[in-house]
Write a new protein. Structure first.
Length: 321
């Protein structure tokens, strides 16, 4: 069987155009109601990296979140929340600055700071015994709608649907995760894949109307791609969008980690692209970001201390080798 990925042209962020393109993409996947199934609650997870205007492209564009919330409302009577754990500041502050706060308020949707960790156990074959995620993300009856942004990433090559879900990890745990994997990007990628297996988003949506190149996940150049993309499988979605951007999937560390774990559709032969063709949207000269250390700009002694504290705090977190 092949995995469905839907691509749609979306030339700008006009609300009607975004809604039409997103509706068409989700219809190609069976529709929002079918994707959400019997979920009682829906948590929308946009990219709320840091506070800045939507034109800077640091965050998912509010027009895409607006259309997502509208289609969720149409799909049935469910409790809806919106949440993230930003790199700096609260989710409420970042959402207000980038325009998503106003959109959420208009739909009557509260913005949550994902800062209530709970242990999510992993199966024996995983490298870790559990992951720490916000309890509301994996609560019984809740499904996540993952709404990412197309950006290059100096540490993980690209931040698309796979990387976006890292935001369900409460904020103060993020630097410790970066440091604890000893700058091993593939190991960090494997953690992201296990995170997707734990959370199992109902659908992943990517805002690629404008995309960030040359530097990321913030401070890069914005470039008009004119695309919305969606799939129930974040791996397949990342693979297709990487193809659209004309970038090298072997450099997409999370995608390579998915292949090593045999999770998701990491090969184009496994994927059925609906809607717009890849060639209609393909970019020929999208600029990669320079590679930076995975462990942030923290001195080596401090990195070692943080890693020791992390492992002492969670002695069962890493399985014995």
């Amino acid at each position: 069987m092949t995995t469905l990925v839907a691509l749609q042209r979306c030339p700008d962020y006009s609300p009607a155009i975004v809604e039409r393109a997103l509706r068409a993409a989700l219809d190609d996947l069976g529709g929002m109601a079918s994707l959400l199934g019997d979920a009682e609650r829906v948590l929308v997870k946009p990219n709320l990296l840091m506070a800045n205007s939507p034109e800077k492209g640091w965050t998912t564009h509010p027009a895409v979140v607006d259309a997502t919330l509208k289609l969720i409302r149409e799909a049935g009577d469910r409790e809806i929340t919106l949440g993230d754990s930003p790199a700096m500041g609260s989710a409420q502050r970042v959402a207000k600055r980038c325009g998503i706060g106003e959109v959420a308020a208009r739909h009557g949707v509260p913005v949550l700071n994902l800062s209530q960790p709970v242990r999510a156990p992993l199966p024996p074959e995983a490298e870790w015994t559990h992951l720490l995620v916000d309890r509301r993300v994996i609560a019984t009856g809740t499904r996540v709608v993952n709404v990412a942004k197309v950006k290059v990433h100096c540490q993980m090559y690209l931040t698309l649907a796979i990387k976006n879900l890292f935001g369900v990890t409460p904020g103060k745990r993020k630097p410790a995760w970066h440091i604890s994997v000893d700058a091993d990007r593939l190991r960090f990628g494997r953690m992201l894949i296990w995170l997707h297996r734990v959370v199992a988003p109902a659908v992943n949506i990517i805002d690629g109307v404008d995309a960030m190149e040359r530097r990321g996940p913030r401070g890069g150049d914005m470039r008009r791609i004119g695309m919305l993309a969606a799939s129930p499988d974040a791996v397949a979605l990342d693979r297709v969008v990487t193809e659209v951007l004309g970038l090298d999937p072997s450099k997409h560390h999370a995608l390579q980690s998915a292949a090593s774990l045999e999770h998701g559709a990491w090969s184009m032969e496994q994927i059925d692209v609906r809607g717009a063709a890849i060639e209609e949207l393909r970019v020929r000269d999208f600029k990669e970001a320079p590679v930076a250390n995975l462990g942030f700009s923290v001195p080596r002694p401090a990195r070692s201390l943080i890693r020791q504290v992390f492992l002492r705090s969670f002695p069962q977190h890493v399985r014995s080798q």
